[in-house]
Design a protein around this ligand. Structure first.
Ligand SMILES: [Zn+2]
Length: 258
């Protein structure tokens, strides 16, 4: 028997085709399916190695040189994470979201993941709310750079544009979410009348707010998670299963209807 609720899947595809402005929100569940360890739960980096300090941003600001030395020569759990990030490739769930965007159905994708996999897969209108681990951001002018654009001969590195302090684009604990991304997310959530939530139970603020915003304005939520979550009760369509399996089927059903 098909473990995925085929009826809900069909109805969700209908909903996407009907939607005036559909967006998606993704989280760690999608990355796990690409071999990136989660932070918490079984096999989680922090479960194994202990929780990281909750004031990572303040520690960075107190000694950016030391933070950069650690970043450039990672050890322990950070080494493990960087190795996993370097090896990870997009999975069929990432590809299905690209397809939905190319079909003109999905207008924007908000992700809590920092692993760059949505970019690698080819998503275009992408809002990385917790940043992107492969990028470096200027704390002054908020320009983002690739690693090869930056001179690391003196630490901490400085912005080629404004001499501002550079930091990994990944949003640290205690660090405000960059305003350009946060505003973009709220704007997208305010426009959406349909939202796919995949690989996340969206319990962490501010990401938790976006599905609620869509719901409160009468929009439809399509939840794709392996297990029921707090979102299940408020989702019009809750499809249980791995995103890498469910999203490609959803995209195929949408394509059939266009
Ligand atoms: Zn700058």
């Amino acid at each position: 028997m098909d473990p995925v609720d085929a009826e809900a899947l069909e109805a969700a595809a209908e909903c996407l085709v009907r939607a005036r402005y559909a967006i998606a929100l993704t989280g760690a569940g999608l990355s796990v399916e690409s071999g990136i360890p989660p932070f918490r739960g079984p096999g989680g980096l922090w479960t194994k190695h202990g929780e990281p300090p909750m004031n990572g941003f303040q520690r960075f600001m107190a000694n950016p040189r030391k933070a950069w030395e650690e970043r450039l020569n990672p050890s322990g759990p950070m080494r493990e994470l960087w190795d996993a990030l370097a090896a990870a490739r997009p999975n069929p769930g990432h590809d299905a979201l690209v397809e939905l965007e190319e079909l003109g159905i999905l207008r924007a994708l908000i992700t809590q993941n920092v692993d760059n996999l949505h970019r690698l897969a080819g998503s275009r209108r992408l809002l990385e709310i917790h940043g992107n681990a492969t990028l470096i951001r200027c704390l002054g002018c908020v320009t983002r750079f690739g690693r090869d654009e930056i001179d690391f001969s003196a630490l901490p590195p400085r912005c080629p544009h404004c001499e501002g302090l550079l930091k990994s684009d990944t949003v640290s604990f205690g660090e405000p979410i960059p305003p350009d991304v946060l505003e973009g997310c709220f704007e997208e959530a305010a426009r959406a009348d349909c939202m796919i939530v995949a690989g996340t139970s969206a319990t962490v603020y501010p990401a938790a707010q976006f599905p609620l915003d869509v719901r409160e304005r009468g929009g439809d939520l399509i939840e794709v998670n392996p297990y029921p979550s707090e979102l299940t009760a408020v989702s019009r369509y809750a499809i249980q299963g791995p995103a890498g399996e469910v999203l490609p089927r959803l995209a195929a059903l949408v394509r059939e209807r266009l």
